[in-house]
Design a protein around this ligand. Structure first.
Ligand code: ADP
Ligand code: MG
Length: 223
């Protein structure tokens, strides 16, 4: 899809953020209940407050032609300011780093949904890791994000984009589900030690929702 000014990409990012806001809103009680089991019971409420503010920003911007990088950075800054708790700082930093990576790509060129998703997710993982110093298996949001990123990075160049994006979202959901038996090594849940095992990590659960939205939004891109 030719997109010389990157405006189609920016529209996709906005559509992703709207999907994410709706999904987090719909699942806010579930996310909060997950956090009540191994944390302090605020994850869904906090994230919903942040994404509601992001949505208001998008509505306020109307048809303004902000580039994709600026949309991501502004959303990250908003989450950082509104969500509170570990996940606000982590998702905020993740989106801001994703914005930087999208802005620093060598040339705009034709928009490729798998590459765009990979750039966004790679940036998010970099930002979240730089701030939180968690690794795979620590029972965090990274346990959903890392397997999803590896699906995107290892996709063959001639693979069908819609199938790759569907596999990416499925890997995020499987990664989140696989946090259940893990003992938390980062964040509030780590205070519980062995007692954190047997519960789904709330941040991995919300990350899987965001990944599903990214995949369905970008898979709608006309070739
Ligand atoms: P808080 O623990 O401050 O109440 P939230 O409840 O909003 O924050 O978010 C908790 C989630 O944040 C956890 O389920 C986990 O996925 C994620 N998390 C916590 N610490 C880290 C970290 N150091 N790196 C990555 N993710 C983390
Ligand atoms: Mg919490």
């Amino acid at each position: 899809m030719p997109d010389p000014d990157g405006l189609a990409e920016a529209a996709l990012i906005r559509a992703w953020l709207r999907c994410a806001a709706a999904s987090v809103h719909e699942r806010r009680v579930w996310l909060t209940d997950l956090d009540a089991a191994i944390g302090d019971g605020d994850h869904g409420i906090n994230l919903d407050r942040g994404f509601t503010a992001v949505l208001a920003d998008l509505d306020g911007a109307g048809d303004r032609a902000d580039p994709a990088a600026a949309v991501l950075t502004a959303a990250g800054r908003r989450l950082l300011g509104m969500v509170g708790g570990a996940s606000g700082a982590l998702y905020g930093r993740g989106l801001m780093t994703a914005g930087r990576h999208v802005g620093e790509r060598p040339e705009a060129g034709p928009s490729d949904p798998v590459r765009l998703a990979s750039t966004i997710l790679g940036g998010a993982v970099e930002g979240i890791t730089a701030l939180g110093h968690a690794a795979a298996g620590d029972k965090t949001m990274l346990d959903a994000l890392l397997p999803a990123l590896s699906v995107l990075r290892s996709a063959a160049s001639d693979a069908d984009p819609a199938s790759t994006l569907a596999a990416d979202a499925a890997a995020g959901e499987a990664g989140a589900a696989a946090t259940v038996p893990l003992v938390a090594r980062k964040g509030r849940a780590s205070y519980l030690g062995e007692r954190s095992a047997g519960h789904l990590d709330p941040g991995a659960a919300s990350a899987a929702l965001l990944l599903r939205c990214l995949a369905t939004t970008l898979a709608d891109t006309p070739a």
